[in-house]
Ligand binder design. Structure first.
Ligand SMILES: C[C@H](O)[C@H](O)[C@H]1CNc2nc(N)[nH]c(=O)c2N1
Ligand SMILES: N[C@@H](Cc1ccccc1)C(=O)O
Ligand SMILES: [Fe+2]
Length: 295
């Protein structure tokens, strides 16, 4: 792997991780090793089995539409042909986490940054940074959904705006990303399903988020989410449940400027709290939670 031109460590939603400031890079597809393809195959098969009846139906459907399979690591240019045509989004290769503003600007222009490298075999179950598997398997399928695709772009525009308002606004907005795009659950006619990429790409959390009695499962409420801290080092204490992607889009359409102003004075909530005003699907037992560590 080439040394990026500049690396710094930055506190992000994944803790202190290297943030790369290199430009967009072409996926070096021919450099993937047999081991890399085997890692993709193992993860792909494992998660696909686990996600039947657990993930929102778009995941498997859209992975098929993209032609993703266990056979080999997908090529970004092949995925892009399908994606551009469907929703006008485009995948771009990146080295890893980008500075927040750069990330927002890509989303605002319907470009989704995908980490080009895949985790090592000893990291199958956990790694602190997003890799190709998380980005492609977890995030990319929903970019074919027109409503979700618009939500992601709106989020990017909102991010650019929040960055201009200040760090507190960014904290509020980052929690929204965390509890929807990364760790969201959706209520469907067939039951509760996963749509968050952080869950979908994790074996343990795919089961825990739906089946464990420990976490709270609470109806989505914008300001509640924006005020709620989260865990970066363990499974979530609370999941927020949407009824549809339209609900997400509608709830986030209003200008957030007055909300940010109001929330500056408002205390934030610990990750595991349940409030009297919450619409609670399931109150967690809190079993096995560590006392602190919320971000
Ligand atoms: C928005 C989100 O909270 C986070 O700050 C950003 C930062 N930079 C990123 N950069 C990449 N490549 N991928 C990501 O998911 C993110 N997340
Ligand atoms: N409506 C938000 C933008 C946004 C949309 C969707 C998700 C997140 C943010 C704003 O004014 O800031
Ligand atoms: Fe992610």
């Amino acid at each position: 792997m080439d040394t990026p031109s500049r690396v710094e460590h930055q506190m992000t939603d994944k803790g202190y991780v290297p943030v790369y400031t290199t430009a967009v890079i072409e996926q070096p597809w021919s450099t993937y090793t047999e081991t890399d393809h085997a890692t993709w195959a193992t993860l792909f098969q494992r998660q696909r089995e686990l996600l039947v009846g657990r993930a929102a139906k778009e995941f498997v459907e859209n992975q098929e539409r993209f032609g993703m399979s266990a056979d080999r690591i997908p090529r970004f240019d092949e995925l892009n042909r399908v994606l551009r045509q469907a929703t006008g989004w485009e995948l771009i290769g990146v080295e890893g986490l980008l500075p927040e503003l750069t990330f927002f600007e890509h989303l605002a222009n319907r470009r989704f940054p995908v980490t080009w490298w895949i985790r090592r075999p000893e990291q199958l179950d956990y790694l602190a940074e997003p890799d190709l598997f998380h980005d492609l398997f977890g995030h990319v399928p929903l970019l074919l959904n027109p409503v979700f695709a618009d939500y992601m772009q709106a989020y990017g525009c909102g991010g650019v705006k929040a960055a201009g308002i200040g760090p507190e606004a960014l904290v509020n907005l980052t929690r929204l990303y965390w509890y929807t795009v990364e760790f969201g659950l959706i209520r469907t006619s067939e039951g509760l399903r996963i749509y968050g990429a952080g869950i979908v790409s994790s074996k343990g959390e795919s089961i825990y988020s739906l089946e464990s009695p420990a976490p709270n499962r609470i109806g989505f409420d914008l300001e509640r989410v924006m005020r709620t801290r989260y865990r970066i080092d363990t499974y979530q204490k609370t999941y927020f449940v949407i009824d549809s992607y339209e609900q997400l889009m509608d709830a986030t359409r209003p200008d957030f400027t007055p909300i940010y102003a109001r929330l500056r004075e408002a205390p934030s909530f610990p990750a595991g709290d349940v409030l009297a005003t919450d619409s609670v699907f399931q109150r967690g037992t809190g079993e096995g939670w560590l006392a602190d560590g919320d971000v």
